[in-house]
Design a protein around this ligand. Structure first.
Ligand SMILES: [Mg+2]
Length: 386
């Protein structure tokens, strides 16, 4: 089952501001800072406004809309409520963004009824608990369930049974398949492939040869074959690195350098795994082996070394006795992780704040990947050596 809230951010705003109900509401950044639309109410969508569009063109299309900045805290509060509701129906819940999740209800049917009955109950519970409306798709596979939830939005409830999958997929655009982005879609269109039914005409060999693993994925998804399971738990809970000094240290500058080195390592691992996290943790072990951990929760998730370092160093200065007491070990970690894709949805709000550090670090990743680890380093580490 795939459950997706309808126009989530915009609906929350209409819920909390009754005078906005029935009106076009656009949530996003500001026009001046070249922000983008994070969500548009269905009234605004009638004017052709959709998410990820620039606020500027949204304003052109729908000048009389209510424009508002998002309130991520409020959305997260509601998102947590919804997740709790899901857990009443099955323990296997895989959130894929702040307002959608996959639920495996295979084991819930004897207790709670047919998939249709379960879906109806979930929709009612969500509405009672939050005042918001969700669309639900039910299918034998994740991919088809996600398609199904979108078919009759808003307030949709679509079941696609095993024997209907091929037929229901056939007329849809190939672009609806996972892994088929704009570029891939264009390449397929040149081959005369526009719908999912068209895609089935291409043999597996050919698809693999021409498009690699994306090609074979296309082959199977076009036939409704998708073996991915609903993943109940995020596999990694945190990413951290620590370092023990060869002798106990009181020199803050020395600790600062190590902290930067560790932050680089953690950030690199996060970016490699395409994950980001919202909690930065600092661990300090003093020479008497006493260990303290200090943490800070960020407003938006990060995978940037500079940010991780700055927070960890601030925690070190403000909340530990490092410098006064000799330090034996120091560690940095990032937790409360989520996939980068999920975070991107949050980050629509922070778009304006993307700084140079991100570009520098992504470039550094590329160089290290191509030329080997250590081929490019921070000056702070190099000046050390001779
Ligand atoms: Mg949604």
């Amino acid at each position: 089952m795939h459950v997706d809230m309808d126009a989530f951010f915009a609906s929350v705003e209409q819920l909390d501001n009754p005078e906005w109900r029935g009106k076009p509401v656009i949530v996003g950044g500001s026009v001046e800072s070249r922000g983008v639309v994070a969500a548009a109410s269905y009234e605004a969508r009638k004017f052709g406004v959709h998410s990820a569009m620039s606020m500027w063109s949204a304003k052109l299309r729908c000048p009389n809309a209510v424009f508002t900045h998002g309130r991520m805290d409020r959305y997260e509060e509601i998102s947590a409520k919804i997740k709790k509701i899901f857990l009443n129906f099955t323990p296997v819940v895989e959130p894929i963004s702040i307002d959608e999740a996959f639920l495996d209800i295979t084991g819930s049917q004897r207790l709670l009824g047919s998939p249709l009955e379960i879906a109806k109950k979930i929709k009612i519970d969500i509405n009672k608990e939050t005042g918001l409306v969700a669309s639900v798709g039910i299918a034998p596979t994740k991919f088809v369930a996600k398609l199904a939830s979108d078919l009759e939005k808003p307030n949709g409830l679509v079941i696609i049974c095993e024997d209907e999958v091929t037929e229901r997929l056939a007329p849809l655009s190939v672009g609806k398949l996972w892994g088929v982005g704009k570029k891939f879609e264009k390449a397929l269109s040149k081959l005369g492939i526009h719908t999912i039914a068209d895609a089935r005409l291409l043999p597996l060999d050919y698809l693999e040869q021409r498009f690699g693993s994306a090609g074979s994925q296309l082959y199977y998804l076009a036939r409704g074959v998708d073996s991915r399971k609903v993943e109940g738990d995020v596999k990694t809970k945190s990413v951290s690195n620590e370092s023990t000094f060869s002798e106990d240290i009181t020199d803050i500058e020395e600790i600062r350098k190590t902290l930067m080195y560790l932050s680089d390592k953690v950030a690199r691992r996060l970016r490699k795994g395409k994950i980001v996290g919202r909690v930065v943790t600092l661990k300090v072990k003093y020479d008497d082996f006493k260990v303290v951990t200090r943490r800070k929760t960020l407003e938006s998730p990060v995978a940037i070394s500079k940010t991780i370092f700055e927070i960890a160093f601030q925690l070190l200065l403000d909340k530990t006795d490092a410098g006064d007491l000799p330090v034996r070990l120091i560690g940095v970690g990032v937790s409360n992780l989520m996939p980068e894709d999920v975070a991107r949805q949050h980050q629509l709000f922070w778009q304006e704040e993307i700084d140079v550090a991100e570009i520098i670090e992504e470039t550094t990743d590329l160089i290290c990947e191509k030329m080997g680890e250590g081929s490019i380093q921070r000056g702070i580490f190099i000046s050390d050596k001779r």
